[in-house]
Design a protein around this ligand. Structure first.
Ligand code: WTA
Length: 634
């Protein structure tokens, strides 16, 4: 059953790129680039020449042990070396690498050379703390330069990083740190958000009590809030102290192409988040190549991706993609509407941002203010826009196109996932665009829409989105759970076809229209959260006996949580209990879990084996036919 979400196909509305965009484009012919991409190995190996390898690869793609694909085996390379060290030997040495800006209007510019020095110091300090190749370091930090520096330092010495989004809370934090057996944690006193300082250290302190593997906690005094750390315990150290006196040189660790690079936890259908594992060379290649092609990155560009580093968008397109291309990346800390809903446009004008990449939820939020704020500032520097994270409704697309892009900036609607590591289905700037469609698979990517048996569906019919051939930035496994990796993604359809977990349709031009998730994963303001995770947070509350959670559509956030709960005897769903439940879920999961509605019920629809049938609740919610109910308990 295909859930029709916000996006209805409108194949007739076509937006063409201007001559200026076409003349400037690095890829001038979309179709012929897609043709070239069909020879996977040739295409990706040519792109891989952009990096400095310590040792060249023997084999581009090793498919001998499906679905455990390997890329560029025999090669040796280092990410930090390619993202930072490489540029200091060039005229980019003194160019700004990181432009940090926050909602208070403060800024900090860090050149490639300065970044090089600081990454090395942190890398050396990590070694002194006993962190070795293959160990895991976590961060629970605001969007600030030290976060990027810590991650680059990890990749320099071959340690894995596992970033915890600063909007997650204690429960989610503990689960992720313990699963990954984290040795060192970077955190900060707090983060700026809508005029306040959100205390991160408090949450970290509380969580860390339950995390026995963490040996050292590095604290960045980011907002200048006076904090005390217990250096005497030997476990906490200020960032400044950590790097004080460390040598400014550090040899990059020559990593095998397939050495693990990082873990990033994301939500799936079951309660336990999945540790998505990416490896070195293929990931680097995917992130850099797609950024260059999709956003047509030139040397004079100023790139701004508003995504948070706590999610894959920030990994691939705030840090790694741009730095691997030697491009300045803007790191922005704050909300899109504080001090007022013009704050982003003010930044675009002030710095001359040329490429701007954000989420549909932010566009829908800002669109409520009409043209009031977009007209206040000169947005003439913008050349290409982009969106990610959820389907964009055509109204929001057109508003973005007309008011932010002033009718001259193509919008790259990029479909991809934590698991894919890189953009997969997206236009290139020269493409003909249709609002609400992610257009075609990128060159070097083979995607399709299939039915339950894995056969391609006819034009206009809904089906499962799949990827039919391996791609370099693909995740390699789920951390410590190869079985789940194989079962969830690779077993559903014959022939080791990757099941993305989304529903989609294709139109007569072969354009893809993503319809939303096919599983029990919610997308709240673009953030990915599993129904089961929210349910387990609910039943952790003393008043709740059972819970079932579905997404309810929301005009701004896309989806919010609708929870059906069975209360234990003696409890009633009164205002104070609702407030308490909200607080509890927030404590467990953080502000990402936005509760739209809590309904008390006596019974939940279940299969005879006792599994909750969320599908039935969803159908009821949408006023749809209940579909096949033969497995329903009663
Ligand atoms: C959804 C985010 C429609 C989709 C990079 C996918 C999208 C999930 C789009 C992955 C898009 C992402 N149009 N839906 N352009 N981009 N999605 O892992 O449901 O946080 O499976 O990665 O976001 O979310 P994740």
């Amino acid at each position: 059953m295909v859930r029709d979400t916000t996006v209805l196909m409108d194949e007739k509305r076509i937006f063409k790129a201007s001559d200026e965009i076409k003349e400037n484009a690095l890829v001038k012919n979309w179709e012929s680039e897609i043709e070239k991409g069909k020879d996977l190995e040739k295409y990706w190996s040519e792109k891989a020449e952009q990096f400095e390898w310590f040792q060249k690869w023997d084999k581009v793609l090793d498919e001998s042990n499906k679905p455990f694909f390997k890329w560029f085996t025999g090669g040796k390379i280092n990410l930090a070396y390619n993202a930072v060290d490489r540029w200091i030997k060039t005229e980019k040495r003194n160019q700004v690498a990181i432009l940090y800006i926050n909602e208070r209007g403060q800024e900090k510019k860090i050149t490639f050379y300065e970044l090089y020095l600081e990454v090395n110091k942190v890398a050396n300090a990590l070694k002194n703390l006993g962190v070795k190749k293959g160990d895991t370091v976590s961060t629970y930090m605001p969007m600030c330069p030290e976060l990027l520096i810590a991650l680059l330092a990890c990749t320099k010495i071959g340690a894995l990083h596992s970033v915890i989004y600063s909007g997650l809370s204690v429960g989610a934090f503990v689960e992720r740190i313990n699963d990954a057996k984290v040795k060192v944690l970077f955190t900060a006193d707090g983060t700026y958000r809508r005029g306040k300082i959100i205390d991160l250290k408090n949450i970290a302190d509380e969580a860390i009590l339950q995390c026995p593997t963490v040996e050292t906690i590095v604290v960045v005094n980011h907002t200048g809030t006076p904090i005390e750390i217990s250096e005497l315990s030997g476990r906490e150290i200020f960032y400044e102290r950590l790097i004080d006196g460390e040598p400014a040189h550090c040899e990059p660790e020559p990593m095998d192409s397939e050495d693990p690079l990082f873990l990033l936890y994301t939500s799936g259908s079951t309660g336990k988040p999945k540790g998505v594992l990416h490896t070195t060379a293929g990931y680097m290649l995917g992130a850099a190549t797609t950024l260059r092609n999709v956003f047509d990155i030139h040397d004079d560009d100023l790139w701004w991706c508003t995504g948070d580093i706590g999610w894959i968008t920030g990994h691939s397109y705030v840090i790694y993609g741009p730095l691997l291309l030697g491009t300045t990346t803007i790191v922005y800390e704050g909300a899109p509407d504080y001090p007022d809903p013009g704050v982003w446009w003010k930044i675009v004008e002030k710095y001359g941002v040329t490429k701007f990449y954000t989420a549909p939820t932010a566009i829908r939020h800002l669109m409520r203010f009409g043209t009031r704020y977009t007209n206040l500032y000169d947005l003439g520097s913008l050349r290409i826009l982009g969106t990610v994270g959820e389907p964009i409704n055509p109204e929001a697309w057109v508003w973005f196109y007309e008011n932010v892009g002033k009718g001259k900036c193509p919008i790259m609607d990029t479909w991809w996932q934590t698991e894919t590591g890189m953009h997969m289905i997206s236009p290139l700037p020269v493409a003909d665009l249709k609002p609400g469609s992610t257009t075609l698979p990128l060159p070097g990517v083979d995607a399709d829409v299939v039915d339950e048996e894995g056969n391609p569906v006819p034009v206009g019919k809904g089906g499962y989105l799949v990827i039919k051939k391996p791609w370099p930035a693909m995740f390699r496994t789920l951390y410590k759970d190869e079985e789940r990796f194989e079962n969830v993604y690779w077993k559903e359809f014959p022939g080791y076809v990757y099941k993305a977990g989304d529903m989609a349709r294709k139109d007569e031009n072969g354009y893809f229209w993503i319809q939303g998730r096919s599983d029990d994963v919610l997308k709240i303001a673009g953030h990915r959260i599993g129904s089961a995770e929210v349910e387990s947070a609910f039943v952790g509350h003393p008043a709740v006996a059972e819970a079932a959670v579905i997404g309810r559509s929301d005009p701004i956030k896309g989806e919010v949580i609708k929870a059906f709960i069975i209360l234990k005897e003696g409890y009633e769903l009164k205002t104070h209990l609702i407030e308490d439940l909200k607080k509890h879920v927030r404590y467990e999961l953080g502000p990402v879990a936005v509760l739209g509605e809590i309904v008390q019920v006596d019974k939940l629809p279940k299969t005879r084996s006792g599994k909750i049938m969320r599908r039935i609740l969803r159908a009821q919610e949408m006023g749809e036919d209940l579909g096949d109910t033969s497995t329903l308990e009663e």
